[in-house]
Design a protein around this ligand. Structure first.
Ligand SMILES: C[S@@+](CC[C@H](N)C(=O)[O-])C[C@H]1O[C@@H](n2cnc3c(N)ncnc32)[C@H](O)[C@@H]1O
Length: 205
């Protein structure tokens, strides 16, 4: 996601810019400390867990602290370094490239909107289906039912500096079952947890 994102993880300000010119602050700081609903996510993670797009690794490290084998993967070198510093295992990997333990992960985690990675939730879930073992689950954070599912083109901005445009999807709780069932999962449940919406998608056993 580039230098602007890496700098934001280091505390620099950054914005997400949409193609219509709308800008919102990238709140990278919130990924460093536990937030409401994290416990519910962690409780749904079986061993071993693959934390996809682990960022600075608060969830990967929290799983390690409770003795759950977990690996974070991220495409941002600074994020991987931060995860390791926080006490988690992490590798610099794109989820769409080769990932260790393919087909053997009990849980794949897509937290903090990471179901948006790549801008095509169906393609992402088909890829993640290859990574989890038979009977394994995907724990995915989605948006509340009233939010419309969509794909945005966005880029990061810091002052006059801008990154490359990339696709990022938003998936509504109202749509996650349909997307999951058409992407190789046999069931999907979804509900609210302390202000967040968590979906659990199950692969056939
Ligand atoms: C919303 S942030 C991460 C938040 C993170 N789950 C946390 O708890 O801190 C999204 C992360 O996904 C990573 N990412 C984006 N595309 C990716 C890809 N194709 N494969 C792996 N990681 C990716 C980004 O580098 C970024 O760190």
């Amino acid at each position: 996601m580039g230098q602007i994102y890496a700098d934001a993880l280091g505390g620099a300000s950054a914005e997400i810019e949409y193609v219509d010119g709308t800008r919102v602050v990238l709140e990278a700081a919130r990924w460093f400390e536990p937030i409401d609903g994290d416990e519910a996510i962690l409780a749904r993670c079986a061993e071993p867990t693959l934390d996809i797009g682990s960022g600075p690794g608060r969830l990967t490290a929290a799983l390690a602290r409770r003795g759950v084998h977990a690996l974070g993967i991220d495409i941002t070198p600074h994020a991987v370094a931060l995860t390791r510093r926080a006490g988690g295992f992490a590798l610099l990997r794109d989820v769409f490239d080769e990932v260790p333990g393919s087909g053997r992960w009990a849980t794949a985690l897509l937290a903090d909107g990471n179901i948006g990675i790549g801008g095509d939730p169906g393609a992402l879930l088909r890829r993640v289906r290859q990574l989890v073992r038979p009977g394994g689950t995907v724990v995915a954070e989605v948006e509340p039912p009233g939010v419309r599912s969509r794909v945005d083109r966005v880029r990061l901005r810091r002052g006059a500096a801008v990154g490359e445009w990339f696709g990022w999807a938003v998936v509504s709780a109202a749509d996650i079952e349909r997307v999951a069932l058409s992407s190789g999962f046999t069931s999907a449940g979804c509900g609210p947890e302390r202000g967040r919406w968590l979906a659990v998608l199950r692969a056939a056993g």
